[in-house]
Design a protein around this ligand. Structure first.
Ligand SMILES: [Zn+2]
Length: 255
């Protein structure tokens, strides 16, 4: 017997677990597209790209659950072009879309930062911005490790070599700031909080200069690569707690 759930019930479960109402975000968290079809198969992925939708269609899924959904603040509202294609595909195939952005970065157990820290043997000791009640970036400690060895560890864990910017690969790291995704500019806060290094997803030209001139090491480990953890764990939790079939689909992205 297969278990089915409505898109709203699935969203209610995620909202509650991720405490989504506590976050003010750049996009709506939760149910973004309701196809009105009972769900017995869910596809999870980092971004609701056309490739992920095509994978959901091929696997006869009725829901897609992602970290990067649609309707970002400031984007044009009309459902045309790439956005129109994607939403047409969802609706025509009866697939609902559910997305969680900051709540999935910040969750202390299954969040992107928590999962990355665990995989890199880092112990989270606080928030990157101490005033934040639900911190999106964190400060962590590590057993003493050289910058080179830490870069090697990231390569092994994420299956992708990070871009390392630092002055001395033999330097020993103790205190590391982390925030997955496009958080490169938080390097300044990591420096202000006394971190030896900062790890994030993307990098900008200016990040190099800040790292070199202020003497904080930077590891750009990939936006996509650092944000697979949270959505994957959320899918595992749903399969476990709700008994619905969940498959994680990794649509490769080099950035
Ligand atoms: Zn992201």
């Amino acid at each position: 017997m297969t278990t089915t759930i409505t898109a709203q019930a699935l969203t209610d479960f995620c909202d509650e677990y991720l405490q989504a109402a506590n976050f003010s975000d750049y996009c709506p968290n939760g149910l973004q597209v309701d196809a009105g079809v009972p769900i017995d198969k869910i596809i999870t992925g980092v971004t609701a790209s056309q490739a992920l939708i095509d994978a959901a269609i091929a696997q006869n899924a009725q829901a897609i659950l992602v970290h990067h959904g649609y309707f970002w603040k400031g984007e044009p509202a009309p459902l045309t072009g790439m956005k129109g294609n994607r939403i047409r595909s969802l609706m025509q195939h009866g697939i609902s879309l559910i997305a969680y952005h900051l709540p999935l970065d910040a969750h202390p157990v299954i969040g992107n930062n928590a999962v990355l820290a665990k995989e890199l043997d880092l112990q989270i000791v606080g928030a990157l911005y101490p005033h934040e009640k639900y911190p999106v970036g964190n400060i962590a400690t590590t057993a003493p490790i050289s910058a080179q060895a830490f870069a090697d560890k990231i390569s092994k864990v994420l299956g992708r070599a990070p871009l390392y910017i630092g002055n001395d690969p033999s330097r020993t790291l103790h205190k590391i700031g982390l925030c997955t995704g496009g958080a490169q500019d938080m390097i300044e806060q990591a420096y202000a909080m006394g971190c030896d290094a900062f790890i994030s997803g993307e990098v900008s030209e200016r990040t190099t200069h800040f790292a070199r001139e202020m003497g904080i090491d930077y590891f750009a480990a990939g936006h996509h690569a650092t944000e697979r953890g949270g959505i994957r764990k959320l899918g595992e939790l749903i399969a476990d707690r709700l008994g619905v079939a969940v498959t994680f689909v990794d649509v490769d992205n080099p950035v």
